[in-house]
Design a protein around this ligand. Structure first.
Ligand code: AHR
Length: 497
């Protein structure tokens, strides 16, 4: 099947916020502890307790923003327990995630240190569910107040005299569920109250983020925008892709059949409708588009790996996850006028992780490679690309065979990314290239493909799914012909010499 499309390189459609490539790391399972934090005394090479291999891998993909400490954990986290000498930090039970003891060794200072090492923006999620207004207000003071105040003095005593810069601050998480089981009317009022005391100190301007809906809870969005829209800078959306749609038996991360492959991609594509419909509600209350939509939890959620703690949400990651990531980025790009940030759940060892670790071993997942291949789209100008994506049919249902996106970076190079969702066959794409600057075009490509539907990396075979150079394209009379391998994510770079 040959698919036809057009790239209008002279039609820019707004910039793709680099924060769409953001991450989320919660005190959950082995994400923070073991995955990121090993402590200064660990035999695993580390910088101030943060493992070096993970740091280097995350730097490579230019992680722009990192959300912490949760998730559900955020609404039971009391930040003062995580400062001061580690030996005296209070322990707690992480009741949401496995009932394990949390020793609070990774706290505010360690998180801000991690962000500094990664050169990424911190996104801190405050506690509304079980925390007080004073506690939230004092956290912001501790983080950002430069003068003499009780919290800035406490910060200095703990070794950090200068205030940090913190832009993104979330006022609660999933307050419709684990963050307090609230009704939208009640949370809207609480949001208005709590955010009042999230102060801007010393030129640090906080971007206030309200807890938004779960998936298709359009009523939550309606109430929040109506009652509190003018008090927020952004509102969140959470949407997870479960192959079965059933929380009791979500489906497996590997060892699945084509029906599960298809169902997973179809459910991931649902993100487009969710963003479109939530944006319509936002447009009603915010026609100027001032308030951003932040998809701060997205990704695949499967049954945990056999033999692992069910509360740790540890799952493998296959070429199917790479396709979910790629097509989701295409959707985020399309909606980039509203979607200003997104945070995959979660960075290491939890859900759709980009990195998995086992003791001193670390490996990169297929999803990692998509972040790496797509970093060229960060802050680039979205270009008008239309493609008849063809169809991939299974069991009487239909999804596009191919999805695509294109952008131009600051140096003028154009990047086109494609996802071929089909399992059995390559897809031929013919793109008319219009509006390009004149000159000779040089084209290079990279592809990530699977040799079976659950192709994945292991600690023994960490390169089983890895990007490779891609040359299966040609250019003739302004038409770019590309043959996309089955089950692949591909990025082409077009540069005018
Ligand atoms: O990412 C795992 C959990 O999913 C988060 O803690 C919570 O916000 C969501 O329900």
């Amino acid at each position: 099947m040959t698919l036809q499309g057009v790239l209008n390189a002279d039609r820019e459609q707004g910039s793709i916020n680099r924060n769409i490539y953001g991450h989320f790391s919660e005190h959950l399972g082995r994400c923070i502890y073991e995955g990121i934090w090993v402590g200064e005394d660990s035999p695993i090479p580390n910088t101030n307790g943060i493992r070096n291999d993970v740091l280097e891998a995350l730097k490579q993909i230019k992680i722009p923003v990192l959300r912490w400490p949760g998730g559900c954990f955020a609404d039971e986290y009391h930040w003062k327990d995580g400062i001061g000498p580690k030996e005296t930090r209070k322990e707690m039970i992480n009741t949401h995630w496995g009932g394990v003891v949390e020793n609070n060794h990774f706290g505010t200072h360690e998180f801000m240190d991690l962000c500094a090492l990664l050169e990424c923006e911190p996104y801190i999620n405050g506690n509304v569910g079980s925390g007080t207004v004073q506690e939230m207000s004092e956290w912001v003071e501790y983080l950002t107040f430069g003068g003499k105040s009780p919290m800035s003095e406490l910060r200095s005593q703990n070794g950090h005299q200068e205030p940090w810069k913190v832009t993104y601050f979330g006022v609660g998480n999933e307050n419709w569920g684990c963050g307090g089981n609230m009704r939208p009317e009640y949370y809207a009022d609480l949001y208005r109250r709590y955010q009042t005391y999230v102060r801007n100190y010393d030129g640090n301007i906080i971007h206030r983020i309200a807890c938004g809906p779960n998936s298709d809870d359009y009523n939550w969005m309606e109430v929040l925008m109506r009652e509190a829209g003018r008090f927020m800078d952004s509102i969140t959306l959470h949407y997870y892709t479960l192959p079965t749609g059933n929380w009791a038996d979500k489906g497996e991360a590997t060892g699945f059949d084509e029906a599960a492959w298809f169902a997973t991609l179809k459910k991931a594509l649902h993100m487009d409708e969710l963003i479109a419909r939530h944006s319509t509600i936002m447009d009603k209350y915010d026609p100027e588009g001032r308030v951003g939509l932040i998809v701060d939890e997205w990704g695949t959620w499967y049954n945990v790996e056999p033999g692992t703690n069910p509360g740790f949400l540890y799952q493998q990651n296959s070429i199917r996850d790479a396709l979910v990531a790629g097509l989701t980025f295409h959707i985020f790009h399309k909606h980039s006028s509203r979607v200003r940030m997104a945070n995959i759940a979660q960075t290491v060892n939890v859900l759709q992780a980009v990195i998995l670790t086992e003791g001193e071993k670390m490996m990169l997942t297929p999803t990692y490679h998509v972040f790496d291949m797509y970093k060229v789209h960060q802050d680039a100008e979205l270009l008008d690309l239309s493609l008849d994506g063809g169809s991939y049919k299974l069991g009487g249902e239909e999804i596009p065979a191919v999805t695509a996106t294109a952008s131009r970076d600051a140096q003028g190079a154009i990047h086109i990314s494609f996802c071929n969702l089909r399992t059995e066959s390559a897809s031929e794409v013919k793109l008319d290239l219009r509006g390009l600057a004149s000159g000779e075009l040089s084209i290079t490509g990279t592809t990530l493909a699977g040799d079976k539907i659950d192709a994945h990396n292991t600690f023994e075979q960490p390169e089983a799914v890895a990007p490779r150079a891609f040359t299966d394209f040609s250019l003739e009379d302004g038409t770019l012909s590309v043959t996309l391998p089955a089950m692949s994510v591909t990025t082409l770079e077009l540069a005018v010499k």
